[in-house]
Design a protein around this ligand. Structure first.
Ligand code: IVH
Length: 711
């Protein structure tokens, strides 16, 4: 039996040795021991760690086989925002980029040309040489902590070697190599799971798995392309140098990089990889150019979204000719009918294509599509490929033209067209099955109510069983109703076509209970997401947030006129009309009432808690200028806390214009011409009888104000 001290030493030595072998194998591709020997050592390490759990390190090579389960990924703020790159598609775009840079900086400019990996960006944080956290891009400001899953990727170093800085971040891409992708999809066919459309989607799906053991099995890969830390430019002079250092510490840095100084050199690299990319074991979708010198990068700076010193050149989508066999018509959740072409299967950009979208009737007419036509298909980043042309020379004699259906393929209702729109709609919104199911699927989706335990065919089953006819019915589901339900449903391939195989969807004890729990939990989902979940046409996530920022509860939104709504910044007339139409429909009102009764959030949290006297009820304010005791958001919050409403532009419906310093002259003119009283901050304070109480400044606003005062 080993002593504790011996165990500690052996664990440390084995960890060190195994990580070195891992590096030799996966990064250098030069293994120095056999797989068998490696496995034996790993087994020994796992055994010792099991016996002496106090010596199990977060960076142990045993973590790579997975095992950890992440119930819910924690959302964490990025220390440095994760920006994206601006895109370019032509030599002219690149020339313009280079000229702009040469005008802004002095001296010669070198560009580091790199592959643009087609995967998911990841931020890897290292403290004292140990991987401490891996975070997905998310919205660029905050992402999900996926550390446990990332540790299973063999090319992500868990512990570094050499002269690494004490704290820094590496940015890179998680990709799924074609080999892993093909294997995964083959397995999914066998298991009766829907297939992934491309390696990027498969990588994204894999990183979000709760079971890291399964992540480990799927064999993701990682390439790093950017280092971030405070004072980086004091350590290295160029981006290229920093990546070479990172390679020495253990990171997987692509060998395919070049320093170029002219458009010709850059295009030499681009054209080479446009052809050679097909020989790479993973997907790339372009080339990234970065100004190499850190001094020059700093001079160039950033826009809100991307660095000005870098640009992505996107390869043209690959094209291929194939035959149009037939056309299906699909019904979306808003009743829009989309024609979809069934094609003779053809290999394109690494996957077999069997379908392409035809958009709408105009598209079919534009190409004068006939059955049996030879069409050119392209595949960009999107899941479903597009038809971009027809080879008329190959049209068969007697070929029949593609006619757009006049009735709904799902429920047989005669289709309608809205004036000025190319799309056809099925007007049977309440009873057309794909529309109803589509709305429910949207409602439960992650960014809406996040009732994911209801995904993957379960809605279909509940709908077919007559248990849910609309989203409100979800809340009358009980464990008793769910438990034991089961059905065989068709398995779809990567093109969304039935494979002929089926899989069983069933509600066992755990599934049924998870669903009931998730439904209960969804009752605290904030109002803006509930509004988004309702599936109002044209009301996406951002619009829902914008509307809720102005109108804090559902009644206020329902009572707002089209004019009021379209006065909200970025909410145009079209969106306003959709909102109005939605709430004028008694069926929707009934759903909202039932959802309210079920306990969902239909008001913004802080308004619900407001205990202020509602002295401004029925009054609409337009706030303009700068205030002494309030931030702009603070004064708006005060209006709403006292029952008033905010509007962003002055109309005959405005009750008061609340003017601070520097109110715009246009606003003043408009208010005066409509005879709307303009009141000051002091008058407002008197109105709410609150002159002496503390002003409402939201936490985040306080911070912003502090920052503003620095300038
Ligand atoms: S640099 C601040 N380099 O492309 C600059 N990005 O469209 C950070 N990507 O979000 C990005 N290969 O996920 C950079 N060699 C490369 C890249 C690369 C792929 C991805 C990355 C980024 C996206 C932008």
């Amino acid at each position: 039996m080993m002593t504790r001290e011996e165990a500690r030493e052996r664990i440390a030595a084995l960890s060190e040795e195994l990580e070195q072998h891992n590096y030799n194998y996966y990064i250098l591709a030069k293994p120095t021991i056999s797989d068998y020997e490696f496995d034996m050592k790993l087994e020994e390490l796992a055994r010792l760690e099991h016996e002496f759990p106090e010596f199990l390190l977060p960076s142990s090579p045993t973590q790579r086989v997975g095992g950890g389960i992440t119930k819910e990924f924690q959302s964490v703020k990025h220390r440095y925002p994760m920006l994206s790159l601006s895109n370019s598609y032509s030599k002219e775009d690149i020339e313009e980029f280079i000229n702009r840079i040469k005008k802004s900086v002095e001296g010669e400019v070198e560009f580091c040309c790199e592959l643009k990996f087609d995967g998911l960006s990841i931020s890897l944080q290292y403290e004292d040489g140990v991987l401490t956290r891996a975070v997905t891009r998310g919205d660029g400001m905050q992402g999900d902590d996926v550390t446990t899953n990332i540790k299973t990727i063999r090319t992500v170093p868990l512990r570094l070697h050499g002269d690494f800085p004490a704290f820094f971040e590496m940015r890179g891409e998680v990709v799924m190599p074609f080999e892993s992708f093909d294997k995964l999809n083959e397995q999914r066919i066998e298991q009766g799971d829907d297939l992934f459309a491309n390696p990027r989607n498969a990588a994204a799906g894999t990183l979000k798995l709760q079971d890291s053991r399964e992540v480990a099995r799927r064999r993701l890969d990682n390439y790093c392309y950017y280092m971030m830390m405070d004072g980086l430019e004091g350590r290295y002079q160029t981006h290229y140098e920093s990546l070479q250092a990172a390679r020495r510490w253990g990171f997987n840095i692509s060998n395919y990089m070049a320093i170029c100084k002219s458009v010709e050199e850059i295009f030499g690299f681009i054209n080479y990889w446009d052809v050679k990319r097909h020989e790479l074991p993973f997907a790339i979708d372009g080339i990234v150019l970065k100004v190499n010198s850190y001094v020059q990068q700093q001079i160039l700076g950033f826009t809100a979204k991307s660095p000005k010193w870098a640009i992505a050149y996107k390869f043209k989508a690959e094209e291929v000719e194939t035959e149009l066999q037939s056309v299906d018509f699909q019904v979306g959740r808003h009743g829009t009918i989309t024609p979809v072409a069934n094609l003779s299967p053809v290999l394109l950009a690494g996957t077999t294509v069997k379908r392409a979208t035809l958009n709408n009737e105009d598209f079919i007419k534009q190409f004068d599509l006939h059955y049996g036509d030879t069409v050119t298909v392209v595949k960009g980043g999107e899941i479903i490929p597009k038809i971009i042309g027809v080879n008329f020379d190959k049209r068969q004699v007697g070929a029949l033209p593609v006619e757009f259906t006049k009735v709904c393929p799902a429920c047989g209702t005669e289709l309608i067209q809205h004036e000025g729109e190319a799309a056809w709609y099925c007007p049977n919104a309440q009873a057309c099955p794909p529309q109803v199911k589509g709305r429910i699927e949207h409602f439960i989706s992650r960014k809406a109510m996040n009732i994911e335990s209801l995904g993957e065919g379960k809605i279909e089953l509940l709908y077919d069983e007559g248990l849910i006819k609309d989203v409100a019915d979800l809340y009358s589901l009980t464990y008793g109703k769910l438990f034991g339900l089961a059905k065989e449903i068709p398995v779809l391939d990567e093109n969304g076509i039935e494979t002929g195989k089926t899989r069983k969807v069933s509600f066992k004890e755990k599934t049924a209970q998870n669903i009931i729990d998730a439904l209960e939990k969804s009752k605290s989902v904030p109002f803006e997401r509930v509004l988004f979940a309702l599936g109002i046409r044209n009301v996406g996530e951002v619009v829902a947030k914008t509307i809720v920022a102005e109108y804090h509860d559902i009644n206020a939104i329902m009572n707002a006129s089209v004019e009021d709504l379209s006065a909200i910044n970025t909410v145009g007339e079209v969106i306003a009309q959709s909102v109005k139409a939605f709430f004028e429909n008694p069926v929707n009102l009934d759903i909202v009432e039932r959802l309210k009764a079920a306990g969902l959030q239909f008001a913004k949290a802080e308004v619900q808690q407001s205990e202020k006297p509602q002295v401004l009820a029925g009054k609409t304010f337009v706030v303009s200028g700068v205030f002494t005791h309030y931030s702009r958001d603070g004064i708006k919050a005060a209006i709403e806390a006292h029952g008033g409403k905010n509007a962003s532009s002055i109309s005959s419906k405005t009750s008061y214009v609340l003017a601070g310093e520097n109110m715009g002259p246009e606003k003043r003119k408009k208010a005066e011409s409509l005879g709307i009283p303009i009141i000051s901050e002091e008058e407002f304070d008197k109105m709410i009888g609150d002159a002496t109480t503390e002003k409402l400044v939201p936490e985040n606003q306080k911070e912003q104000n502090d920052q503003l005062s620095l300038f």
